[in-house]
Ligand binder design. Sequence first.
Ligand code: KIV
Length: 289
Amino acid sequence: MGKRRTTIHDLRTMKEKGRKIAMVTSYDYTSAKILDGVGIPLLLVGDSLGMVMLGHDSTLRVTLDMVIHHSAAVARGAHKAMIVIDLPFATYSASDLPLSLSTARRAIAEGKAQAVKIEGGRRMAPVVGTLVASGIPVMGHIGLTPQSIHMIGGFRVQGKSDEAAERLMLAAKALEKAGAFAIVLELVPAPLAKRISAELTIPTIGIGAGPHCDGQVQVFHDMMGLFEDFVPKHAKRYANVAQAIRDGAAAYLEDVVEGRFPGKEHSVDLEEIAAGSGPKTEPKSNSTG
Ligand code: KIV
C-alpha cells in the first residue's frame, strides 16, 4: 500500500488479486497512529467501544456522539487507513431513511471517517441504497449483529440451518446489490462464509467466520490482550498489553513509594535551565486538523 489513503477501489482490487485484507478496531489517536504506521489498511471505529473503552455490558448503550468523538480522534492519528465508523443502535432504520441519512452525514462530517458500517440483512438494503446514492460508502454487517442481540437471543453462531444459511446468502447479495462496498460476516460457519465470499464481487471481512473470507477484523483490545473481562473464541492474542501495563504500574508504584522516582534526570534544575540544557517538555506538533 502506498502513501495515500486506502479506497474502496483498493479493497475490490485486493479481493480480485486474492490479497487478504486486515482490519482492526481503533478508538483513539494513539492506537490509530500505531496501527496506521504498520500499514493496516482498514480501521473500524466499532461500537464495541461501548464495552472495551467505556465498560458497558453491550453495544446498545453507544450513542452517535460517542462514536463521533472517538472517530475524530482516530482520524487525527490515521492518514493512510480507510476509517469506517459504526452507526450505533437505533440511529438508522429502513423505516426512517431521513434519520439514517442525517446520522450517516454527521458520522462522516464530524467523525471524519470515510465510510459507515450498518448492521442487518435484506431489510437494510434501502438504507444502504439511500446512503450510497448520497455518496456515503457503506459496509454491511451480517451474521451475529450485536445491536439486535435481544432479537437474536444471545451471542451465538448464525446461519447453522440450511434455511438460515440461505437467508444470510440472500442478505449478502441484497446488500451488495444495494451498493455496499464490503460486508462483515460475524460468527458464521466457515463453509458458509466461503460460499458467500465466492459469490460476491465485493470483499467479505470475517470475524469468527473462518479463513476463507477476503479479510479479517479483530477487536484491538482482544488481540492485544488489553480487555480481560472475557476473550471471544475467535480472537487471537498478539500481545499481552494488560500485563505490560500491570508490570509498569507496579514498578512505578514501588519507585514512588521507595523514593526512587523522580530521579535527577526527571527534575528541573535551575542551573541547567539557565545554561539552556534543561528538560524539553514541549509536545511535538501534531499536523492533523
Ligand atoms: O463494533 C465492532 O467492533 C464490530 C466488529 C466486531 C466487526 O462491529
